[in-house]
Design a protein around this ligand. Structure first.
Ligand SMILES: [Zn+2]
Length: 610
């Protein structure tokens, strides 16, 4: 694993640079990421570029034997540019332009923004692509974060109409696919399909889903232009980093642009080690087989942007570093080198304090880097796949039917259960090759499409155990309910069908385990399936099937994590370990992280367990 740090030379006196970079080298870092918010320092005015400071910063890094991940600065356009071309600014659903003052306030569709982004990226890459010190490129920063992919400006309205026209070809086809006879919403033409701004009550979910897909496509289209500029000038790896708590842009599509998937890892954002594990596996899955996965920003200490920003006790950072390594990452860069004296992130810790004194993170990073270099753990080779697609998350989050129910929450129950059984998990697209996995988990696989059904059928034919969860195979790609019994397209093979939903917090249990069914339950009728579990408790559902199986296809109607753990434990004949424990079976050793005690242990093994 390669290690590095995120540095902002434009924010610090040049007199500190040589000593700072020398310390980075002394710690053992290889990579220094710079420049992702430096547009006004790159280009202080329309026709003035200032490169002397960046030349010197790169020279300083190079002279110390380190390499540079150089970033395009498009997440933070300079004030002069927004004054000159205000149509680069995005517009909220309230119709108001989003003002400058923070970041990510641009419209990915805006032709002005795309022109200016192409100009600064081309100029930057032309100047530095021949430098030996450049080890990689980062395009933009955390695309989609702060809900920045969606914009309601005039250019987005026009582009949305064009996007719909390309997809449906005729307005009649759109009206039929979206069922616009409902509430007399029949559109006379594509220009009449307005971006979904606030209205009297909820919009047609077909419109909402199309808008989410369009917004993701626009953002991917924007960064794809930046990738193309770099590709034509440099062979170094190129990526765009995601903050995975945000799901508005399809990370898998972005990872395919450059072959490197990267994410920013802030475990105190989700505050649950299993969610961190899930987010790490999500990005590693986006990289695809053989692709690289990087943590471009690793939390080194307390952060400043959650409600509580808890302390990071001794040992915690080491555990986070091990967790990243054991989830199969190729690089890990800490954010940030020195804590800021100005701006929104002053209370965000760095490896150095504002006064340049070293925090304890420096010692902990040095020690853990040494441990990881000795252990050099292998990457995971999972036999379990979890099916995930952004379109499912958009569809369920648009139409949750129950406050608090999210696609993420439906995914986390089965994912966490698998991890508690010690199983590595690949998070993959539903249409990828599934037949090589022993177990496929498909909770909340909401859309039913011919491609997905074919993929699942191939896996079932190969003997893979496919375990579906609630809200699976319900709607088509236009957000219209399946015409077939649910799970749509698989009920015949399952020998059972979903006939009802209990979508409210309840005390329904699942027998034989007596476990909580969770906040969403699908009710099943069986024709020719074995009943694995039944609902119980003080509910009219008591006695009805909760999980059924026919051959290697299983459908579980419950969402509760404890019930999923019991189901997987029975099906796979595995015993769970305590909930704070995360294990990783590798060829030479089994690694155990105790997230409560903040310890990592390895036990040599003589056989391959994965
Ligand atoms: Zn826009």
């Amino acid at each position: 694993m390669r290690f590095g740090v995120c540095w902002y030379p434009e924010q610090w006196p040049r007199s500190t640079w040589v000593d700072d970079v020398a310390l980075m080298a002394d710690i053992g870092f290889e990579l220094v990421r710079i420049g992702e918010f430096a547009w006004s320092s790159y280009q202080p005015s329309r026709n003035r570029f200032e490169w002397d400071w960046l030349d010197e910063a790169i020279d300083t890094i190079d002279n110390a034997g380190l390499s540079v991940v150089l970033c395009t600065p498009t997440a933070t356009p300079p004030v002069w540019l927004t004054n000159e071309r205000p149509d680069i600014l995005s517009v909220g659903s309230d119709g108001r332009r989003r003002p400058y003052g923070s970041r990510r306030h641009t419209c990915p569709t805006s032709s002005s923004y795309r022109d200016e982004a192409a100009r600064i990226t081309t100029t930057l890459v032309d100047r530095y692509s021949d430098r030996e010190a450049i080890a990689g490129w980062q395009v933009d920063n955390e695309i989609g974060n702060h809900d920045s992919a969606r914009c309601w400006c005039d250019q987005c309205q026009t582009a949305f109409s064009d996007w719909l026209s390309n997809r449906y070809e005729s307005i009649g086809a759109l009206n039929a696919a979206w069922g616009t006879a409902f509430w007399s919403q029949t559109y006379p033409d594509f220009d009449s399909v307005l971006l979904p701004a606030p209205t009297m009550t909820s919009h047609n979910p077909s419109l909402e889903l199309a808008h989410r897909q369009f917004a993701s496509d626009q953002m991917i289209g924007f960064v794809a232009e930046q990738f193309e500029i770099i590709k034509g000038r440099s062979d170094e790896p190129t990526t765009t980093n995601f903050y995975n708590e945000d799901t508005t842009v399809d990370q898998r599509a972005a990872a395919q642009l450059g072959g490197v998937a990267s994410m920013d890892n802030y475990p105190h954002g989700p505050s649950d080690p299993m969610v961190t594990a899930y987010l790490l596996d999500l990005t590693r899955g986006a990289a695809g087989p053989g692709g690289q996965a990087w943590v471009m920003e690793q939390q080194p200490g307390p952060i400043n942007w959650t409600d509580t920003n808890p302390p990071v006790p001794p040992g915690q950072l080491s555990v986070w570093m091990w967790q990243v390594a054991l989830h199969g990452y190729d690089a890990q860069l800490f954010f940030r080198w020195r804590a800021a004296r100005h701006g929104q992130e002053m209370y965000h810790s760095g490896l150095l304090r504002q006064d340049r004194s070293q925090t304890t993170a420096v010692v902990e990073i040095r020690d853990t880097m040494r441990q990881l270099a000795v252990a050099d753990p292998e990457k995971p080779n999972p036999r379990v796949a979890l099916l995930h697609a952004y379109v499912d998350s958009w569809a369920i989050d648009i139409n949750p039917h129950l406050a608090g129910l999210t696609h993420r929450s439906l995914q986390l129950g089965p994912y966490t259960a698998a991890r508690h059984l010690g199983l590595d998990v690949s998070i993959v697209d539903p249409t990828s090759d599934l037949a090589g996995f022993e177990v496929v988990l498909a909770p909340a696989l909401h859309l039913t499409t011919p491609e997905r059904l074919a993929s699942i059928a191939r896996a079932l034919d190969a003997g893979t155990l496919v375990i579906m969860g609630p809200r699976s195979l319900v709607i088509n790609e236009h957000h219209a309910w399946s015409e077939s019994p649910l799970p749509g397209g698989l009920s015949t093979r399952l020998g059972a069908r979903v006939v009802e939903h209990l979508s409210q917090p309840s005390s329904v249990l699942v027998d034989p385990w007596g476990s909580d069914a969770g906040i969403w339950t699908d009710v099943l009728d069986t024709d020719d399936a074995d009943v694995l579990a039944r609902y119980s408790g003080n509910s009219y559902l008591a006695g009805s099937p909760a999980a059924v199986q026919r051959e290697s296809l299983v459908y579980a109607g419950f969402s509760g994590g404890g019930s999923w753990l019991a189901l997987l434990s029975d099906l796979l004949d595995l015993s769970p370990h305590p909930p704070d424990i995360e294990t990783f079976d590798r060829v030479d050793a089994t690694y155990t992280i105790d997230h409560r005690k903040l310890t990592v242990e390895s036990t040599p093994t003589s056989q391959q367990l994965t």
